[in-house]
Write a protein that binds this ligand. Sequence first.
Ligand code: BES
Ligand code: MN
Ligand code: ZN
Length: 481
Amino acid sequence: MNFELKPLSLVDVATEKCDALLVLVSQDFKPLKDDISQLTAQAQKAADFEAVPGKILQIYRPAQVNAVRMVLVGVGDGSERHVRTGVQAAVSAVKGAWLKKLVIAFASSAREASVRAAVLAVADATYSYTLTKTKKEERTVQKVLLTCTNASEVQTTFDKTAATVAGIELAKEWANRPANFTTPTMLAEAALELAKLPKISCEVLEPEDVAKLGMGAFMAVAQGSDQPLRFIVLRYAGAAKSRAPVVLVGKGITFDSGGISIKPAPEMDEMKFDMSGAASVLGVFRALANIKPALNVVGLIPACENLINGKAVKPGDVVTSMSGQTIEILNTDAEGRLVLCDALTYAERFKPAAVVDIATLTGACVIALGAVRSGLFTSKSDLANALIEAGETSQDLCWRMPLDEEYAEGLKTNFADVANVAGRAAGSVTAAKFLQRFTEKYPWAHLDIAGTAWKGGTAKGATGRPVGLLVEFLLGQAAAK
Ligand code: BES
Ligand code: MN
Ligand code: ZN
């Protein structure tokens, strides 16, 4: 999908040839003399249209307008939330095989946040998963032209958002694919594919390499599956070698059955999404290749299945992590922290400026924050602020959670240095406390995306979060020094 931004008034918009024209009308809309304004004013007067968010009025081949279909779209106060609602409603109303060129016109000037919301919403509403369907309803929209009167003021945000969409969609695509189409090997191939893009390189470690490194915790999870593990190392080199990189670590459990501590059957299929953290890392690299910011980024993905063959790790087994710490695996379903802890130790070799891990880590985080905000854990307030701010700007929100030492109490055991689970209370915090033990050598933050990475129910599918947040955070880091 191709995005373009043009500075057009409604007079010019009327001359744009397209399959559908969405005119975003806010409550404070003041009609001018042009045809579209006049039509809108008439429709409002006749109570056929109101500028409330999500309200739409479709008009076929309106006279004096070059669009085949015009849709008046209510966007309330013009805020990002109302623009999102409006664009979602309008796109689902006009979606059809004929829809190739779409124009989205802000009736007058537009705010940066509203432009971002419009681009994100149109991408989301036209995304289509097709890989494993025989009746493929591919996205038909090829070109989206966004117009407003103050285009130069919002150009940077527009370009950044359009570039990020490619990353969001790559993340969605890989997360959506069933586990038999997203094995650790296939994920590694996706990463190697990214390495064809400018400034990106990739190295894939196999079971023997991981064994040599002593990643006993990662190996313990992988040993229950016949699919061999992969440890993916991606690099984006946008600045001098001397510049310390930001390291992103993505949980890459391509299917989480729970292992011997097996999960209940209902909704277990959704555990194909347990590699959404890994998918978000791939997505970030896709966006970096588009934006080419001046910084260095390393992406680490420990990828394996959490399954139950005869060699599977058992509750009570003690393993030695790459850090040397021994871990008693009391619950094999707390596998994410086991693969992540070794990746976090591996991250030390890059002498990172910061490490951010991204993981569908705990059901408890879904209970705490639902699908609105990802959980953010870090003891560094500057890192917290940067990530929170990036979340607000990118409209990919997170919320800071605590890391008090008292929360680590339950991870104590008589049989190893640490246990992989504590009690039920504050489950997302105790998981983060476990990870924190492996991050002493650098500033670290953890994003628990268990509630935000995918939607369940009839709209089941990956969201591509938190690619937007991470890209915005990285661009902030590039600008900082
Ligand atoms: N991948 C799950 C977390 C998860 C569960 C994400 C539901 C999204 C929805 C993770 O590996 C897991 O199973 N965590 C356990 C931890 C528990 C055993 C301490 C959980 O949350 O139940
Ligand atoms: Mn699990
Ligand atoms: Zn998991």
